[in-house]
Design a protein around this ligand. Structure first.
Ligand SMILES: CSCCC(=O)C(=O)COP(=O)(O)O
Ligand SMILES: [Mg+2]
Length: 226
């Protein structure tokens, strides 16, 4: 029986285009100036140090910002980049430059599942702060009360089995009672190896290759009866 649902964001609850065409450019345009203005803030300084460590060399503040911009272009899921993006996106949400995109079917079914007593969790490469901002500023209002917890890649990469074992331990449920939703096969493979139930979201005709997974075009067609 499914007792909890763990969901990905980009391509699952929310459109790929919102992340790639709205959020990423917003952070790309502001990264250089954000780093220049906040390099001395302790939280930012720690993240810049972490980015330098990942690069394996001492870099000037400007050079780290350039590296972070390259990582945005490469869609690198580096935790310090993701944390800095979250800080930049906060301004955009607060200024009303955009609101967090969530598909209507996802919003409706998440509410329905929660009302049925199923606990809901998020696992995204976006930082926990960024996840809360997205679900806290949707066109349907603040959806954060729906979720019992949030996980980002500080827990481990999304395509590694160990990350899902750790998440199941932290949720406090056996993996076989947790359904993981994602559009990415590598993530579903990792979750399945850890013993999770899985369902692949194939929105807007994204992945048409044959798949080993249960598939759903939207949240209305996800079966939670197994
Ligand atoms: C929290 S919204 C931004 C998502 C993000 O930064 C990203 O890289 C997409 O990650 P996901 O794991 O949700 O596909
Ligand atoms: Mg995804």
């Amino acid at each position: 029986m499914i007792r909890a649902i763990l969901t990905d964001i980009e391509g699952t609850t929310s459109s790929i285009s919102f992340v790639k065409d709205v959020l990423f450019p917003y952070s790309r345009e502001r990264m250089m100036s954000f780093v220049a203005h906040h390099a001395a803030d302790p939280d930012v300084a720690k993240l810049l140090h972490e980015a330098r460590t990942l690069c394996g060399m001492e870099l000037s503040t400007e050079a780290v910002a350039e590296q972070l911009i390259r990582w945005i272009d490469e869609d690198r899921k580096a935790p310090p980049l993701k944390a800095l993006q979250g800080m930049i996106w906060e301004d955009g949400y607060r200024n009303g430059d955009y609101c967090g995109h969530i598909y209507e079917d996802a919003m409706r079914k998440l509410k329905e599942w929660k009302a049925q007593g199923i606990d809901l969790y998020v696992f995204s490469s976006g930082s926990v702060h960024a996840q809360k901002l997205l679900f806290g500023h949707t066109e349907y209002g603040d959806l954060t009360p729906l979720f019992s917890g949030y996980f980002d890649t500080r827990i481990g990469p999304k395509q590694e089995e160990a990350s899902y074992r750790t998440i199941a331990r932290q949720i406090g449920l056996p993996p076989a009672s947790i359904l993981f939703l994602s559009d990415i096969v590598g993530e579903l493979d990792a979750a399945k190896s850890a013993g999770f139930l899985t369902c692949q979201l194939v929105r807007e005709g994204t992945d048409l290759d044959p798949s080993a997974y249960n598939r759903a075009a939207n949240f209305d067609t996800i079966s939670i009866s197994s």
